[in-house]
Design a protein around this ligand. Structure first.
Ligand code: TRP
Length: 339
């Protein structure tokens, strides 16, 4: 029997998605991706990592990553991920990530890491800022995240495909050197949710990296703030309400958001409006109604830290059960001296 034999008996596909705790979750993250995490949780064996160690590649201020981590965890539970179904864990709670990360660094070459476009872009953008070695070796840690869980599928956007490719290369190289140890994962295209654009600049995706927050609706924004952001949303020069992403990006974005929040169709909804004002008001109200139960659950959880920490311990112990077995398999395959 080879070391990986038990894997062959796992009948359910395992999926790993990870998210960095940097900044607050916004409507684009939620409607574009996270709703699908919730919808998909019963279909496959899903693991969701909050990858706080990855956030250290660029974070230096004390406390920030930890605060973003609790917020993100509470949001994941609040939107409906069931801790009994999905395994939600914090990366730093599972020490095997850092341990296997080192092994991965020794299995990937300097040249391969140098070719990562995300590193080239990020380090160029940071110009005179501190460029950590972690920013460079980041794909090795990401490979550890994936391989520790014997993940079959990793849903990622185009910006992450290269990191999944290098993970596959690392897994194959390791298996080749030391014998079959890791499941070779595949990048899959995530189920596409709504395409949510910035309210101030409907030609770019809603994002927290915009100049101001005015175009970005956060999941925890108050109803007043949400109403104000939609009221000030950029619309298009004529005054007709029509669903046309190319020539009317601002209005179409509002219609897309309204459709996603109410479950309707954007082009059908367009027919009920003749002016921008009521469309903006209704979209704001629909988003407020959508977020209200999430915010209520979030406040409850944040007020009960003990419960939140308990949930995270449950996730960490489920994650560790898998991760520690994989690390052990890797150490054994390499032939490190058992302690
Ligand atoms: N690099 C990913 C990003 O920036 C985050 C990430 C870390 C990840 N580890 C992962 C994604 C493992 C998928 C699988 O978005």
């Amino acid at each position: 029997m080879t070391a990986t034999a038990p894997l062959a008996f796992r009948s359910v596909t395992r999926v790993l998605s990870c998210i960095q705790p940097t900044g607050s979750v916004h409507l684009g993250n939620y409607l574009g991706a996270l709703v699908n995490w919730v919808r998909g949780q019963h279909d496959k064996d899903v693991f969701h990592g909050i990858v706080d160690l990855h956030a250290l590649t660029t974070a230096t201020e004390p406390g920030l990553v930890g605060a973003a981590t609790v917020e993100l965890a509470a949001i994941l539970y609040s939107i409906g991920l069931d801790p009994e179904v999905a395994t939600i864990f914090v990366q730093s709670h599972v020490p095997e990530h850092a341990q296997l990360g080192w092994v991965m660094e020794c299995t990937v070459s300097f040249g391969e890491l140098s070719r990562m476009t995300q590193f080239k872009d990020k380090s160029a953008r940071r110009e005179s800022e501190f460029v950590s070695a972690g920013l460079f070796t980041y794909p090795a840690l990401q490979a550890a995240d994936i391989l520790l869980y014997d993940a079959n599928e990793v849903p990622v956007g185009d910006d992450q495909r290269q990191h999944i490719e290098i993970t596959r290369d690392i897994a194959l190289r390791f298996n080749n050197r030391f014998g079959d140890t890791f499941v070779v994962p595949e990048a899959v295209t995530p189920a596409v949710g709504a395409r949510v654009m910035d309210l101030q600049d409907p030609s770019s995706k809603m994002s927290k990296s915009g100049d101001t927050d005015a175009g970005c609706v956060y999941l925890l924004d108050s109803p007043q703030v949400i109403t104000r952001k939609f009221k000030r949303a950029v619309t298009d020069s004529d005054s007709e309400v029509r669903y046309d992403v190319t020539s009317k990006p601002g209005v179409s974005n509002l219609l897309d958001i309204l459709a996603a929040a109410t479950g309707g169709s954007a082009s059908e909804l367009a027919e009920s409006y003749s002016q921008y004002g009521p469309l903006k008001a209704d979209t704001a109200d629909a988003v407020i109604a959508l977020l209200d139960p999430i915010q209520t659950r979030y406040r409850e959880l944040m007020a009960d830290r003990a419960e939140l920490e308990r949930l995270l311990r449950v996730g960490a112990s489920r994650a560790r059960a898998v991760a520690s077995a994989t690390l052990e398999r890797a150490y054994t395959a390499i032939g490190l001296l058992p302690c």
